[in-house]
Design a protein around this ligand. Structure first.
Ligand code: GDP
Length: 447
C-alpha cells in the first residue's frame, strides 16, 4: 500500500513549478501526458500511488495526480488546462478566481484568498477522503507574491487545524533581487516565513538567486527563463521524493524524513542540492565517480539556496544516490567527506548524515545524487530577507497596501522579531559544542 501525499500548487510560481514537477514525475514513472502507463519496469510504477490515484475503468488504468491547482487569477491554470497536461488533472481539482492578489500578501491571506478558502478546502477534502493512509500534504508556492505566499500561508494554518496529525511540507520559492518582480517581495516573503516557522513541519527552500546562478554559470544559459529555473526545481523535487516514490531499502515517508532531519521543530528549513548539473550542449559528458558526486552535494555551487555551508554547520543531512551505485561505496564516500570536514558537522548528533539508494536513475541521466541538508548557514537567507524588509519597514514604506486590506502593523513587527529569533536559534546551535550542551543541561537540571 502506498501512503498518499496530496499536492497543492498555489499561485503563478506554484502552478508553473508544479507543471514542471508533474511532467518529470510522469517521465520517471513511465506515464504519458494523459497518465497512461507506457513503461516496462515494474519498479517504476510500484509505488506511484504516493502521488497518483489509479483509476480503473473499462480499459487500462489511468494514473491521475492527487493534486489541487489553486490561483486567484485564471491565466496560469488556463494554460495548464489547455497545455500538454490538459488531460492529466481532474477538472474538478482546479480552483481559480479572477480577483488576483496583486502581489499583496494581505490580499491572499486576509481578503481575496480568505473569501474563497472554504471552497478550496472542500476540493482538498475530497482528495483526502479518497485516500487509504494519507501521509500528508505538500504545497508548492512562492513566498514573494500574493497568492502562493498569502493564500498559501492561510491554507497551511487551515490544514494544520483540520489535519493536525498529518505531515505538512512545502516547496517554497524564495525571492531574489535578480529575478524579482516587485519591490514588496521582502515583505511578502518575511510574512510567509513567520507563518511557515509555526505552521509547517518541513520546508524545502528553493532560492531563485541560486537557481539563476546555476542556470547562468553551470548550464550556460545567458538569460534564464522561469521555464529553465523550473526545470532545475523539478529535478530536485523528484530527487528528494525518490525514497517516497520507489521501492528501496529505506521506503521513506515524509514523517521519517522529518524525524531524521529536524532536531528542533522550528528549524525545519531544508536546503536541497543536486549533482551533477551539467550543460546539456557540452560535448563531453563526464560520468562522475561516487566520491565526486558526494563532494558536489556539499558544494555551494550545487545548492539551490544561495548561502555558503562553509560558514555554518550541518545539523543533519540526507543523501540519496540514484542509478547504479553500490551502497558500500556511497556510505564510504559520505563517511570520508564527514571525516575530512568534521568541523562542518555538529558533533552532538552522531550519525547525522543518512545515505539511501534508488536504482531508478532520473530520466536522461545515468546516475545522480541529491541531498537535503539542515545547515545553520540557512540563516544567511533569512538575514538577507530581514535586511531588505527592515530597510523599508523602518520608513513604513508601502504599508498602506497592507493596512488597506485590514492588516495590523503589529503583524509586521511580529514577523520581524520571529525571523530575528529564528536567526539567533540557528546561530546558537552553530556555536553549541558537546561540552557547552552538557553544562547547560546540568544547569537546567539543577534549577
Ligand atoms: P502569486 O501568483 O501571487 O503567488 O505570485 P508569484 O508566484 O508570481 O510570486 C512572485 C515571486 O515568484 C517572485 O519572486 C517571482 O520571481 C517568483 N516566480 C514567479 N513565477 C515563477 C516561476 O515560474 N518559477 C520560479 N522559480 N519563480 C517564479
Amino acid at each position: 500500500m502506498s501512503r498518499e501525499i496530496v499536492n497543492i500548487q498555489v499561485g503563478q510560481a506554484g502552478n508553473q513549478v508544479g507543471e514542471a514537477f508533474w511532467r518529470m514525475l510522469l517521465a520517471e514513472h513511465g506515464l504519458d501526458d494523459a497518465g497512461m502507463y507506457t513503461g516496462n519496469d515494474p519498479q517504476q510504477i510500484a509505488r506511484a500511488g504516493v502521488y497518483f490515484t489509479q483509476v480503473d475503468s473499462d480499459g487500462p488504468s489511468k494514473y491521475v495526480p492527487r493534486s489541487v491547482q489553486v490561483d486567484l487569477e485564471s491565466g496560469v491554470c488556463n494554460r495548464l488546462r489547455s497545455g500538454p497536461l490538459g488531460q492529466l488533472f481532474r477538472p474538478d481539482t482546479y480552483f481559480t478566481a479572477d480577483s488576483g492578489a496583486g502581489n499583496n500578501w494581505a490580499k491572499g491571506y486576509y481578503t481575496e484568498g480568505a473569501e474563497l478558502i472554504d471552497g478550496i478546502l472542500d476540493i482538498i477534502r475530497r482528495q483526502t477522503e479518497a485516500t487509504e493512509a494519507l501521509q500528508g500534504f505538500q504545497i508548492i508556492h512562492s513566498l514573494g507574491g500574493g497568492t502562493g505566499a498569502g493564500l498559501g500561508s492561510l491554507l497551511l494554518s487551515k490544514l494544520r487545524e483540520e489535519y493536525p496529525d498529518r505531515m505538512l511540507s512545502t516547496f517554497s520559492v524564495l525571492p531574489a533581487p535578480n529575478v524579482s518582480e516587485t519591490v514588496v517581495e521582502p515583505y511578502n516573503s518575511l510574512l510567509s516565513i513567520h507563518q511557515l516557522v509555526d505552521n509547517c513541519d518541513l520546508t524545502i527552500c528553493i532560492d531563485n538567486e541560486a537557481l539563476y546562478d546555476i542556470a547562468v554559470r553551470t548550464l550556460k544559459i545567458k538569460s534564464p527563463s522561469y521555464k529553465d529555473l523550473n526545470q532545475l526545481i523539478s529535478k530536485v523535487m523528484c530527487g528528494v521524493s525518490t525514497s517516497l516514490r520507489f521501492p528501496g531499502q529505506l521506503n521513506g515517508d515524509l514523517r521519517k524524513l522529518g524525524m531524521n532531519l529536524i532536531p528542533f521543530p522550528r528549524l525545519h528549513f531544508l536546503m536541497p542540492s543536486f549533482a551533477p548539473f551539467y550543460d546539456p550542449k557540452a560535448r563531453t559528458f563526464q560520468r562522475l565517480s561516487v566520491p565526486e558526486l558526494t563532494s558536489s552535494l556539499f558544494d555551494r555551487k550545487n545548492l539551490l539556496v544561495a548561502s555558503d555551508p562553509r560558514f555554518g554547520r550541518y545539523l543533519t543531512a540526507a543523501c540519496i544516490f540514484r542509478g547504479k551505485v553500490s551502497s558500500h561505496e556511497a556510505e564510504n564516500s559520505v563517511a570520508q567527506l564527514q571525516r575530512k570536514n568534521s568541523n562542518l558537522f555538529v558533533e552532538w548528533i552522531p550519525d547525522n548524515v543518512s545515505v539511501s539508494l534508488c536504482s531508478v536513475p532520473p530520466v536522461g541521466q545515468p546516475q545522480a545524487a541529491i541531498a537535503l541538508a539542515n545547515s545553520t548557514c540557512i540563516q544567511e537567507l533569512f538575514k538577507r530577507n530581514l535586511d531588505q524588509f527592515a530597510l523599508m519597514f523602518k520608513r513604513r514604506a508601502f504599508l498602506h497596501w497592507y493596512t488597506g486590506e485590514g492588516m495590523d502593523i503589529m503583524e509586521f513587527t511580529e514577523a520581524e522579531s520571529n525571523a530575528q529569533d529564528l536567526i539567533s536559534e540557528y546561530q546558537q546551535y552553530q556555536e553549541a559544542s558537546v561540552e557547552e550542551e552538557e553544562q547547560e543541561v546540568e544547569a537546567e537540571d539543577e534549577q
